[in-house]
Design a protein around this ligand. Sequence first.
Ligand code: 5GP
Ligand code: ZN
Length: 113
Amino acid sequence: MSQECIFCKIVKGEIPSAKVYEDDDFLVFKDINPAAPVHLLAIPKRHVARLSGAQTQDADLLGRFMLLIGTVAREQSLGSFRLIINDGEGAGQTVFHLHAHILGGSRFSEKLL
Ligand code: 5GP
Ligand code: ZN
């Protein structure tokens, strides 16, 4: 846990969030400023600042993180969705607690990749 981290505060319940899924290791909640009709943030509860800061011992956590995202997307009936992880300021990361943006609920006309 990091004392000043917004997402750690959400995990601890010190900042309210609209939770979609929670278990011992992960939390999925609605983004406060949605960029798509459905915009969820999936986070590990443990404070990992960014993907590139993850270590070999995080492999199990990260694997289960990906599986969870697929499950939540299916449960939310997203059909298609886009998954974005910003790593570092230059990529637009503003909250330094690893999170994946799950974007869905519309067709994406813009094809980035
Ligand atoms: P980043 O820019 O780091 O990839 O994404 C951070 C995301 O967190 C942004 O999309 C922003 O809207 C969201 N966010 C920031 N503060 C809060 C908050 O207090 N609650 C929720 N639900 N989302 C937040
Ligand atoms: Zn944190």
